[in-house]
Design a protein around this ligand. Structure first.
Ligand SMILES: [Zn+2]
Length: 424
């Protein structure tokens, strides 16, 4: 699959890269892992821009995966691709949940259906395609778990080597994915934020392709395809509100970018209100948004059972805060028990299995409904960003019941009827 040494890379002339704060242009092939030197790593995140007047948005029907959006991706087209199907995940109508929330429609974007079972595959797919185009044989990432397991799998599918830095408490199922895929896994005895800094240093020193969130603008381009798919599935009439869990803020900001580009192209009439949902024990962006601050105050000891959004130093905070404000949306915090409730409801009333962070978006909808902030006419969507089996311990902590243990003896069958008698 790799195409090292096949001549010069043809990046689409429409794709350029600039610092979000000062606008300084940065060559796209040097952008991964390199924030703007003038503005620093927090303010100096970078962003891909296209000459939309030259984009022909003929995306074709769903089914082929996210590279059908190549006109809005910063990788050569035609160019190296992955053999795995990434994106084009289902968008489910969930009428029982709509009744529960008192709204016209609830849509669930089930991104746990990606190859490594999380939305992060969208970013990894575009990053791996970019690394292939740049003939970079080693890709690296720091991750609470999903980005790393995603990169492990997609790099393996393309014949690249992956080096992954994870915090000591990364859920074992995610580490298992990385190990199975043959990645080099470095467990950092510390937090995700510390793992991030170690990985950034290693990429700088060894010249590895950095798939670190926020400091590689290509990642948001992959993540934004979830917005493109939602809008297309709604016949370009997007929902009124879209909610998603927020850690670093990259997925949230990418949703905005996707909807913003669709509106700029004239494909959609408006940008949905975007609601980013954090856990109360780890809500630096929700706090900054409520206070009207330009940046978030770092949280030294982030605490939530939702490991994928346990981020004390949100790396994409400038874009995330901008996305909430520009979409007339919100950044909110909910207690862990609300996220557990959302995990149960998604599974029990829609058949969708979500990991804790993957249920956070719907937990935000529950919160908004409970506080009277959803209208009966509203069409709302939640992005389910990862599968429940990504974190088995987290899933079990959301379940109050225990299995019914019986002996293999006909005499004990009666206890089964006793247990279910109340519901049939
Ligand atoms: Zn700058």
């Amino acid at each position: 699959m790799a195409n090292f040494g096949n001549g010069p890379v043809m990046t689409p002339p429409e794709a350029t890269c600039r610092c979000v704060t000062c606008g300084r242009p940065i060559p796209l092939d040097q952008a991964p892992g390199r924030p703007c030197e003038s503005c620093g790593p927090v303010l100096g995140t970078t962003e891909v821009h296209y000459d939309l007047s030259r984009v022909h948005p003929d995306f074709g029907p769903p089914g082929r995966g996210l590279f059908r959006f190549a006109a809005l991706l910063p990788v050569p087209d035609p160019g190296p691709r992955l053999p795995l199907l990434v994106g084009d995940t289902p968008l489910y109508d969930a009428p029982r949940l709509a009744r529960r929330l008192g709204v016209a429609q609830v849509l669930l974007k089930d991104d746990g259906r990606n190859p490594s079972a999380s939305l992060k595959d969208r970013a990894s797919a575009v990053a791996v395609a970019h690394a292939l185009a740049l003939s970079r044989p080693v890709v690296a990432a720091a991750s609470t778990g999903n980005a790393a397991s995603s990169l492990a799998l997609l790099a393996a599918s393309a014949g690249l080597r992956a080096v992954l830095f994870v915090p000591a408490d990364a859920p074992p199922p995610k580490v298992a994915q990385m190990m199975l895929a043959g990645a080099t896994v470095v467990r950092v005895r510390g937090t995700y934020d510390q793992a991030f800094d170690v990985c950034a240093l290693a990429c700088e020193r060894f010249g590895w392709y950095s798939r670190n969130t926020a400091t590689n603008p290509v990642l948001a381009e992959g993540k934004k395809t979830v917005a493109l798919e939602i809008a297309q599935a709604c016949a370009w009439d997007p929902p009124d509100l879209v909610a998603v869990g927020v850690g670093d803020g990259c997925v949230f900001a990418a949703l905005y970018k996707g909807f913003h580009e669709l509106r700029a192209l004239g494909l959609t009439p408006r940008i949905p209100r975007l609601v980013g949902v954090q856990a109360e024990g780890c809500a630096p962006l929700a706090r900054a948004f409520a206070e009207g601050a330009a940046t978030a105050t770092p949280l030294r000891e982030p605490s939530t059972y939702a490991d994928s959004i346990r981020v004390g130093v949100p790396r994409d905070q400038v874009k995330a805060l901008r996305a909430a404000r520009a979409s007339n949306g919100d950044l909110i915090a909910v207690p862990d028990d609300r996220i557990r409730e959302a995990q149960r409801l998604l599974a029990r009333e829609a058949g969708v299995l979500a990991e804790p962070a993957g249920a956070a978006g719907f937990a935000g909808l529950l919160h908004l409904a409970a506080s009277g902030r959803l209208a009966a006419r509203d069409r709302v969507a939640a992005v389910v960003s990862g599968h429940a089996l990504k974190d088995v311990a987290g899933a079990m902590s959301a379940v109050p019941e225990q299995p019914l243990d019986i002996a293999p003896d006909p005499a004990t069958i009666g206890s089964v009827m006793d247990a279910i008698g109340s519901i049939i």
